[in-house]
Write a new protein. Structure first.
Length: 478
């Protein structure tokens, strides 16, 4: 406390003056107790001096109190002047309202943006300035402001002329029944945001419409591809039927000759029925394979990939052999590669229970398209290449969480300048009328979009290969 007094000049003056008064009072009191105490003059002088000291002391206290009160009042006036200056000169709209929303103060920026005069604003509630679109949100914000003492909200307001504008309002409590609401004009930002949202919605609708058109186009392309594939498969079936038809024709001629020679007996009829029935059953099986190949499947169906590969290879085997092309299907399901003709024919195949998820018919068409591309490449290379024999191999091998299918040939390969274009729709290197350029485009769409896998083409030492990586959906392999 002593240090404080000596550091403060006013406090030091007050301390010294009080000490002087105290010393004077002690001296006069001493005189009243000495030999001068019986002197009436001394006694009267002492009493008057004491009264004067007390009067001066209390006068000084009153003076100091009034001076401090005046200083506090001046500081309050200066603070109020700065406060009003800040509000008046602020470029952003500011109002002061009570807890009911009645406006008690406003600045010129608020009067400018609203179109109301100061007197008009001070007769209004802030609720009277809201647009109908913001009434519900505004009352909710007002209720939160009374309980939270502070609030940030953006509302739509109406000018005196009826035009709409947006204000971002930050309200804080400055007194028991006073709230300072500092605003910022957000009209241009909100209108820009609304414009951007409108453009976004229009673009979204256009994108959705374009996607629908694309899906319709892809569906049409897929149907066209199926028709083309069906034509090729009919040719494959014709090759597979040629042998059993020849057998039936030979037995029919032999039947006529045996009848003319009188050689028909029970054993002949029994052998004839057995061979003819077996041949017809074989032809019926070919028809069933063809029908199942084009049978539509429900989306998301699980199927055994090795079984599908063997079925496709069995259907095309006769036609490919007729063209003088060697084929083989290698299943890397054990420590050694083994040729597979069907899943049933390989009871020890560890891939018997490996399933992928997708649409079987679309997957069949992908494999069919890749094999026919191999055939075209081999036929192109065979022209002018003596002692050349084409080879097509299909390999299935499982890796961590996926199964890889590779369709390879020893044909012409893929030229480097078109490697990046082969998956584009309607891109083809074939002669006009021999290819629409949609096979690989549809193959990638099926593998990537429908089966969540990947497909990649690359050149090899002998020709080219297509590598499919598909996620395994389920398996019993431990």
């Amino acid at each position: 406390m002593d240090n404080y007094l000596f550091k403060n000049r006013s406090g030091l003056h007050f301390f010294l003056l009080s000490a002087g008064f105290a010393c004077a009072y002690i001296f006069l009191d001493y005189l009243s107790d000495t030999k001068f105490a019986h002197n009436d003059f001394a006694r009267e002088f002492s009493e008057r001096s004491l009264a004067s000291v007390l009067f001066l002391f209390f006068a000084f206290v009153v003076w100091r109190t009034m001076k401090r009160m005046k200083s506090v009042e001046e500081k309050a006036l200066e603070h109020d002047r700065k406060y009003k200056t800040y509000i008046s000169n602020s470029p952003d709209p500011i109002i002061v309202c009570d807890r009911t929303g009645k406006i008690v103060e406003s600045n010129p920026a608020m009067e400018s943006i609203s179109g109301y005069t100061s007197d008009e604003l001070h007769k209004m509630l802030i609720q009277n300035m809201w647009s109908k679109d913001s009434v519900k949100e505004g009352y909710s914000a007002l209720a939160k402001m009374l309980t939270a003492d502070a609030l940030d909200v953006t509302l739509k307001f109406l000018k005196k002329c009826g035009a709409e504008y947006y204000l971002s309002c930050h309200a804080v409590r400055v007194a028991e029944d006073r709230f300072l609401v500092m605003c910022r004009d957000m009209t241009s930002y909100v209108l820009m945001d609304n414009h951007i949202r409108h453009i976004h919605n229009e673009l979204k609708e256009k994108v959705e419409e374009e996607l629908k058109k694309r899906h319709r186009q892809e569906h049409l392309i897929e149907n066209q591809k199926k028709v083309a594939d069906m034509s090729k498969l009919l040719s494959a079936i014709a090759h597979q039927w040629r042998q059993p038809l020849n057998i039936l024709a030979l037995y029919n001629i032999d039947l006529q000759d045996s009848y003319a020679a009188g050689e028909l007996n029970d054993k002949y009829i029994e052998d004839y029925n057995r061979v003819v029935s077996s041949t017809i059953e074989n032809m019926s099986g070919i028809i069933d394979d063809f029908r199942l190949f084009f049978a539509p499947d429900s989306p998301g169906k699980e199927f055994n990939i090795v079984s599908e590969l063997t079925d496709v290879m069995n259907i095309l085997h006769a036609q490919i052999n007729y063209l003088g092309i060697d084929t083989r299907f290698l299943c890397k399901c054990s420590k050694r590669d083994q040729m597979c003709s069907s899943v049933l024919a390989c009871p020890d195949c560890s891939y018997r229970d490996v399933y992928v998820k997708g649409e079987q018919d679309r997957f069949r068409h992908v494999i069919l398209n890749l094999i026919y591309n191999c055939i075209d490449s081999i036929n192109e290379k065979a022209v002018g290449t003596p002692r050349y024999r084409g080879k097509i191999s299909v390999t299935a091998a499982r890796s961590d969480g996926s199964i890889k299918v590779v369709v390879a040939d020893n044909g012409t390969g893929i030229k480097g300048d078109i490697m990046d274009k082969v998956f584009e729709p309607y891109f083809t290197t074939k002669e006009e009328g021999k290819g629409a350029g949609i096979g690989l485009f549809m193959a990638r769409a099926v593998i990537k979009e429908h089966m969540h896998g990947d497909i990649e083409l690359r050149n090899t030492a002998e020709g080219a290969s297509a590598e499919l990586n598909l996620p395994v959906f389920s398996t019993t392999i431990q």
